[in-house]
Write a protein that binds this ligand. Structure first.
Ligand code: ADP
Ligand code: MG
Length: 399
């Protein structure tokens, strides 16, 4: 990864207008913000700029209003939550460009913070229209992107503005990029990847990219069934993409050629129905799955062997749970492997980076998220990074 500009390069910002792209796409329920994680993530960047005397304009999208104003998706709804986290009074400006923004800046003192309206109320945002970006940039002196989660999209507020203003990565963006670089860009070897989750089809590009990057590819979850089927295992009524067994085979061949060892479970936890603690629950060898059974978790012997693999590795990147972890006891393999990874990270022998909506939920469920080296909460952007793609919003910040 190339170097990128950070707030360390920003110089004197006193009296300057800083547009700060943040993630305010917050979970809401009945008009109330239910989780402030994303605000917390960008608080250091916002406060650092404000405390250095900048006039800070927060720029973000919310939901999918499709290029038109929609009062149910106005960012005015998140002002209270942002005020709570930052401990400062915040002004809301119902525009992103034009005279009203200019007038608002006129009444802001150095160090004041405002939230601009939802960028996606204007069609120019998602089209990355240069004229729209120009209109936003006209009121500002510099641009800071602190929203890694939106960095895979080339929109006006993530990419367009970087062409018009001096641009920098915020602290949260910086932390994320540095962690990801340590895990795949420039990792200490050997490197292991754990890829799980429901389907091969949703992570084909991830698997294809990883086999050329890592020493050990550990495949679990529903997608392991497709790989097992490709190896001639009868997976009964397990979730399995039989039309993708050829693809799975090709991935395993590519792995062989690049010296990547693919690990599939050799024992599994099965049951006849998908329910918590079902009567038909049993553990068996992958070759003993009955026609009326489905595989819902990796078995205990395989989990132990996978833990031993992790002990030989220096770096781990993890996306996707090993089993149907939302339902007991099919969380067992995920929890056990997560605990091993967390313990190795804590003692300093493993750099561990994990991401993905369900993965983060699973690691929290295992109670070990805080012991991982880094947890990415960016869904789509994290997956695109695992696919080896250059994130357009990030590329635009490079030196
Ligand atoms: P992430 O959101 O972290 O990228 P995914 O969405 O790809 O992860 O996958 C998570 C889902 O995969 C979970 O809902 C989990 O229940 C499901 N899953 C894992 N293993 C199995 C399995 N053996 N059979 C069916 N579903 C599974
Ligand atoms: Mg998911």
């Amino acid at each position: 990864m190339s170097n990128f500009r950070t707030l360390d390069d920003v110089g004197d910002v006193s009296g300057k207008v800083a547009l700060v792209r943040v993630d305010l796409n917050l979970p809401m329920n009945g008009g109330q913000v239910t989780d402030k994680t994303r605000i917390n993530a960008s608080a250091p960047t916002i406060l650092e700029l404000a405390d250095a005397g900048a006039k800070v304009l927060l720029l973000a999208h919310f939901g999918r209003p499709k290029g038109a104003r929609n009062s149910t998706m106005s960012l005015s709804m998140v002002v209270d939550a942002v005020q709570d986290v930052l401990g400062r009074e915040i002004m809301f400006v119902p525009e992103v460009a034009g005279d009203i923004v200019a007038q608002s800046i006129g009444i802001m003192r150095n160090g004041d913070i405002s939230i601009l309206e939802n960028t996606r109320f204007w069609p120019g945002e998602e089209k990355n229209d240069p004229e729209f970006a120009k209109a936003i940039a006209a009121n500002a002196d510099l641009y800071v992107n602190d929203a890694f989660s939106a960095a895979h999209r080339a929109h006006a507020s993530t990419e367009g503005l970087t062409k018009l203003l001096p641009s920098y990565a915020g602290r949260s963006m910086q932390k994320e990029l540095e962690a990801l670089d340590k895990a795949l860009g420039n990792p200490e070897k050997p490197v292991a990847a754990v890829v799980g989750g429901a389907k091969v089809s949703s992570k084909l590009d991830v698997l294809k990219h990883l086999v050329g990057q890592v020493d050990h590819l550990i495949i679990g979850g529903g997608m392991a069934n497709t790989f097992l089927a490709a190896r001639g295992v009868d997976v009964g009524k397990s979730l399995c993409e039989h039309d993708l067994t050829g693809t799975a085979e090709a991935i395993m061949e590519a792995a062989d050629q690049s010296g990547c060892t693919v690990h599939l479970p050799y024992d599994v936890v099965v049951s006849q129905e998908f329910a918590a603690n079902p009567a038909s629950l049993r553990t068996c060898n992958v070759h003993e799955v009955a026609e009326n059974e489905m595989i819902l978790d990796v078995g205990p012997q395989a989990v132990e062997a996978l833990g031993d693999v992790l002990k030989t590795c220096r770096t781990l990147v993890w996306n996707g749970p090993m089993g149907a972890f939302e339902t007991e006891p099919f969380d067992t393999a995920t929890v056990a492997l997560a605990k091993t990874a967390a313990a190795l990270s804590k003692e300093g022998s493993l750099v561990s980076v994990a991401g993905g909506g369900d993965t983060v939920a699973a690691l929290n469920h295992a109670g070990v998220a805080q012991d991982f080296t880094y947890i990415s909460t960016a869904g789509g952007a994290f997956l695109e990074w695992m696919e080896g793609k250059e994130l357009l919003g990030v590329a635009a910040l490079s030196l």
